[in-house]
Design a protein around this ligand. Sequence first.
Ligand code: GLA
Length: 513
Amino acid sequence: MKRTLRFKILIAIIVIMLSTLVAILVSAGQSPEPLTGNWVVRNPNADGTFRTTYLNLKQEGMRITGSIRVTQFFYHISESTGGPDGFTITGSMMDGKSERKVQYEGKLVGGELHLSTRRRPQDNPIQMVAVRAPAGEGALPARNPLPALHKVPDNGLARTPPMGWNSWNKFASRVDDPTVRSIADAMASNGMKDAGYLYINIDDTWEAGRDAQGNIQTNKKFPDMKALADYVHSKGLKLGIYSSPGPNTCAGYEGSYGHEAQDAHTYAAWGIDYLKYDWCGARTLYTDEEMPALYQLMGDALLKTKRPIVYSLCQYGRLDVWKWGADAGGNLWRTTGDIRDAWDSMSRIGFGQNDLAPWARPGHWNDPDMLEIGNGSMSETEYQTHMSLWAILAAPLLAGNDLRSMKPEINAILTNRDVIAVDQDKLGKQGQRIWKSGDQEIWSRPLSGDAMAIAFFNRAADPATISVKLADLKLTGKWKARDLWIHQNVQLTEPEYSATVAGHGVVMLRLSH
Ligand code: GLA
């Protein structure tokens, strides 16, 4: 009996041990594989914020799925090879109608992911280290429902195209409070303010996160936005700011998503006079077709603050924004992708605006992007063409150079009052091409008082004489003509007028009776 008992106990112990072993083996099989989890790369920006990349990975054997979020872009992993000792993952996302892709190579080293990626295939790889992040951090927020469309009442602003300065073209992420103050000082004293320039616009990278109540915070570069606005106002100028309808801006900073009314209220409390609202991060949550509702949301919010705030739509001309931008409350809307300080970029954008003329009107302007005048990669002749073309187009004149250190020749281009008067003409009609032969083009713009601006452009690199019969331009009759770059009256000879125009240059006239 005693022996049988001992035997039974032994059997029981063996059964318990075996089942424990099986349980351990089963649970080991279920435990996450090493790459599974939420990973983050945090690259510090100089302003106390971070440029983040999140990799939310699920490893199943040699298959990796999940998502990659790089600043404003949110990719789904569509392909993978390898495992913890060395893997490649490809993420893809739709951006409007085109597909964007990213690819990372990586391996697990200790508890970290060592990663490398290339911006473009021909670039050198960028190395980075990801560490584990709490689950859910960096996840894309849920989509908020969109308001029904309605017409946002006109805010009564921007009866002529806005004039001012914007930080992006020259300073990008290096813009800060002292820079903005010194630019305001320069604009107030170098003749620009007297010539009509008014807005000092801070572009992307001023933002930090939000406080516990959800209020947007400024980062280290902008210690006190209200004090900065007070300073800019004390110079007789106005202050502009930048945000996005998405969770993130283009540079990956905090956007206004889900905080539209709160942010509009904050801007008004700070004394902001102008908002550029940049689509960027919104593309991860919404389609292009949903843009009008998102822009309307902020248009309504700005109006509700009761502060006059110019509303600038920046979504690169998608979805024919000129057809609905005004209904969303917009005073101006970008019509193209970003301009660069290069003849090709500027001329392609500027000469490509012809068909949009019917949509511009007082309070609502086509915006072919900010000026590059004075940034150094075009000649003075080309910058004159830039200024003339933007004036013919009734485009916003937002200087994009360092106003504190520009040469007198650049100042003279930016403050050419004759050309500015064309841009600011109160009739508010955008000009159009009236004649073209090869690289030579003539554009005209109707002006108030039965006058008109006419510009002879030479897009070729060598000088050219543009000879044209006034009858072909429907310009017969008596006209007084003034050359707006040499500031002299000229004779509009009949029946044919000839202008000798420098390579990439312009001759611009104001005609009146
Ligand atoms: C986009 C805009 C630019 C600028 C940057 C800032 O590219 O088109 O004008 O605002 O974002 O990140």
